[in-house]
Ligand binder design. Sequence first.
Ligand SMILES: [Zn+2]
Length: 150
Amino acid sequence: MPEPQWHLAAAPAVYMATRRARGDVDPATVAAASVLIDADHCCDMAYYRLTGDRYRQLVPLHSWELVALLLLIPSRRFRSVGAGFLVHHVLDLVFGGYGFKELSLAYRAYKRFRTGWLGDWVQWPHGPRGKWQLLYSETRQDRDESGVTS
Ligand SMILES: [Zn+2]
């Protein structure tokens, strides 16, 4: 589920931690990338709007493979984006209710993207809470009740 508010809330900490680490990455880019990656949920919204299918999880940028690729590119900018995406993936894994495999593009493709159930957020800006839906967390219970097991 997209929870950009938590990633946004974490961004200053990501920025500070990256600055302290003094790696060969740009802290502002890392922090921005760690939030902006969630824009790919728009693909799921568009797909849902076109098909009404909420059982396919596209999120093309949520991909360990992409993270690895970006980190391997010998460019400070690409590495910074890769580092930001990595931070995002770890947060999604630990707090976001995603499984490790779910965040692999190859695995999702192998499962024909039937790896998760899209919550009410996918109806944005309609749905039970309208425009605010994106800022509401769906609980594990919501997911479990949908009958999806990972
Ligand atoms: Zn995410």
